[in-house]
Design a protein around this ligand. Structure first.
Ligand code: ADP
Ligand code: MG
Length: 208
């Protein structure tokens, strides 16, 4: 049992929240909003992001509308957990932990979030529910299942103006992960997205 698992549970009780949606849907905005409110309530807040998200050349978490908050950039889920253990050992146990771009942490983050919530921490995660090919992204399906609270957000479709659920990669390669912003991705609603991406449920020939 780790040091923080032995820590007396926070009286309020821990939970996992997931804020999911495509790019530009306001996930980071919403995460920062919840963290600001927790800070107003005088709760100790710690924000994490994956090291590989280097879009802003800083360890801040930055939203597309330029809101920002300092964060710890972590290599992986184990490093994130070790950092929380260290905070607790230093008597700085967070009441609330935010994790932005949680889809990049891999499946181990699900156990870590559960352990953090078990010891009484409110864990608020934000991440892409689908990758650029419309496939469930990494750890997100598991995290959605484990979470007490799930919020799905939508962007504005750049073709139809309707709610957009998909992140279309307009340029670049076919790597699973390609960090980018408005220069490489656009938010699309279902019909325009289906026009540009063939997905696994599509019937590719009439015989099927
Ligand atoms: P996410 O973290 O989901 O990528 P952010 O919270 O960083 O989103 O940014 C949301 C902001 O992005 C919106 O408030 C808006 O100012 C801006 N934005 C740019 N393009 C779009 C779009 N197509 N739909 C909605 N918001 C957009
Ligand atoms: Mg974001």
């Amino acid at each position: 049992m780790t040091a923080y698992e032995r820590h007396p549970p926070h009286p309020v009780g821990g939970t996992i929240e997931v804020i999911a949606g495509p790019m530009f849907s306001g996930k980071t905005e919403e995460l920062l909003r919840r963290l600001r409110r927790a800070t107003l309530a005088k709760q100790a807040v710690t924000l994490f992001k994956p090291e590989r998200d280097n879009r802003h050349g800083t360890t801040d978490v930055v939203s597309h509308d330029a809101r920002r908050q300092p964060a710890f950039a972590m290599a992986n889920a184990a490093a994130l957990e070790a950092m929380v253990e260290q905070l607790i050992a230093d008597d700085q146990m967070p009441d609330v932990i935010g994790i932005d771009e949680v889809q990049f942490f891999g499946e181990k983050i699900v156990d870590v979030c559960n352990r953090l919530a078990d010891c009484g921490i409110r864990v608020i995660t934000a991440g892409l529910d689908l990758d650029y090919l419309g496939r469930p992204f990494g750890c997100i399906p598991l995290l959605l299942a484990h979470a007490e609270y799930v919020t799905k957000l939508h962007a504005i479709c750049s073709i139809t103006g309707r709610p957009a659920h998909f992140s279309h990669r307009m340029e670049g390669g076919s790597e699973d992960v390609q960090i980018g912003g408005a220069e490489s991705y656009q938010a699309l609603s279902r019909e325009p997205y289906n026009d540009v991406v063939v997905r696994s449920h599509h019937r590719v020939s009439p015989a099927e």
